[in-house]
Design a protein around this ligand. Structure first.
Ligand code: SAM
Length: 283
């Protein structure tokens, strides 16, 4: 387990992932019934943008840095407000020195009746995550294998839940684990809202992943992709993907406003592309 998200926190992929996460949470909040967020690969929760990792690899400057400096179209601005509000709350004054990861963004959006289970296996990251949420009765941070938790923690007792699966993709086989993990979890909790992140780097791997998802037979899987530059050799991350299972009916229209704005801001000049389609729709 060599992956450290501190090198990448706040980059273009985090921005797109967290913008989608926030739209899903805002939808869940439309009903008063409590829900649970299960973040299977949570990271440390809060990243120091002035720390040595972010200094060596300042990817955030072309991600959240660009977004905060941009003038957004009004509809995208409104959709991003809860996300950018969470980022600003973590930063006193105008300087951007900290970036909230997915569990901390989710925590900012929870209501008193909602809960968060945040899982992280790397010992140092897990310790930081636990310290971040120490004493918070709405959050349980655990040093648990997210792949085991993916089926084991569902269904949540609230029977409403968002499961974010955001693995590091540092080892071979993680696309297969992601598709297999979804299939097992979905059998136990078919009404769950699942958000699965994946890297766009190797087109064959993405195509095989999409085929594996389609073969599960799970209905209502929306695929969201945004690329910021042309593919290159050797392969380098050039885009970010998310599959949302059981997406809110509002999501497609929201993304049709958001993704063009994000592509224009985050991509190399004129290179931004985005794409929304159904791997499987209603059956
Ligand atoms: C991409 S990062 C997560 C970023 C976080 N979701 C966010 O958006 O802020 C992936 C994390 O998964 C952790 N990890 C790796 N293998 C894991 C496993 N089997 N179970 C839980 N966490 C794991 C890594 O240590 C890393 O912190």
């Amino acid at each position: 387990m060599n992956y450290r998200h501190a090198f990448h926190a706040g980059n273009f992929a985090d921005v797109v992932k967290h913008a989608i996460l926030v739209r899903l949470l805002e939808y869940l909040k439309r009903k008063p019934a409590p829900f649970r967020v299960i973040d299977t690969h949570a990271g440390r929760g809060r990243y120091d943008l002035a720390g040595p990792e972010a200094e060596r690899s300042p990817e955030w400057r072309d991600g959240i840095g660009r977004l905060l400096a941009a003038t957004l179209p009004p509809d995208a601005d409104a959709l991003l407000a809860p996300y950018l509000g969470a980022v600003r709350t973590e930063n006193a004054g105008d300087a951007l020195t900290a970036y909230p990861g997915s569990p901390l963004i989710a925590r900012h959006l929870l209501r008193p009746q909602d809960r968060l289970s945040a899982l992280e296996l790397h010992p140092e990251e897990a310790a930081a995550l636990r310290a971040l949420f120490a004493g918070d009765i709405q959050v349980r941070a655990s040093a648990v294998d997210g792949w085991q938790a993916l089926p084991a923690f569902v269904p949540p007792k609230e029977k409403r839940g968002l499961i974010l699966v955001d693995p590091p993709f540092e080892e071979k086989g993680e696309f297969e684990r992601l598709a297999g993990g979804l299939a097992r979890a979905h059998r136990r909790f078919p009404s769950g809202l699942y958000a699965l992140w994946y890297p766009i780097k190797d087109p064959d791997a993405v195509a095989a992943f999409t085929a594996a998802l389609a073969a599960t037979g799970i209905p209502r899987m929306l695929r969201i992709e945004l690329t910021i530059r042309a593919p290159s050799t050797p392969a380098r991350l050039h885009g970010t993907g998310m599959v949302v299972v059981n997406p809110p009916f509002t999501l497609e229209a929201e993304l049709a406003s958001l993704l063009p704005a994000l592509a224009a801001i985050l991509a190399d000049a004129g290179r931004g592309r985005w794409h929304l389609d159904w791997i499987r729709g209603e059956v």
